[in-house]
Design a protein around this ligand. Sequence first.
Ligand code: 5GP
Length: 115
Amino acid sequence: MTTIFARIARGELPADIVYQDELVTAFRDIHPLAPVHVLVVPNAVLATADDLTVDHEAVAGRMLRVAADIARREGIAERGYRLIINCNRDGGQEVPHLHLHLVGGRPLGPMLQRR
Ligand code: 5GP
């Protein structure tokens, strides 16, 4: 069982990798929605946020901390940014490998459209 993001983490597919360690890989989104748009993913296959268990606390914490480090390094931390995890169909998740979007570098507007 593999995914495009697991293959990027293993170096089997090209990506603009901005950070990697033994638990997570961070790379620029191929279709950026903001001046900074980085995806932080577990190196191991983990499909969705709904699959997180107590065994994933280290990797989930690492994803958050690495995103904050990258935001500081990209110079967007002080003005602010958004971290997004889409989960399953209603959440709009397209790639079935858990990923944290770090987006920023411009005002991002409201979190959700009112209906
Ligand atoms: P989702 O909608 O699943 O939360 O977000 C998936 C994101 O992955 C999208 O923003 C999409 O542009 C990005 N993406 C999909 N395939 C690739 C790829 O092969 N490489 C990179 N760098 N980003 C990808």
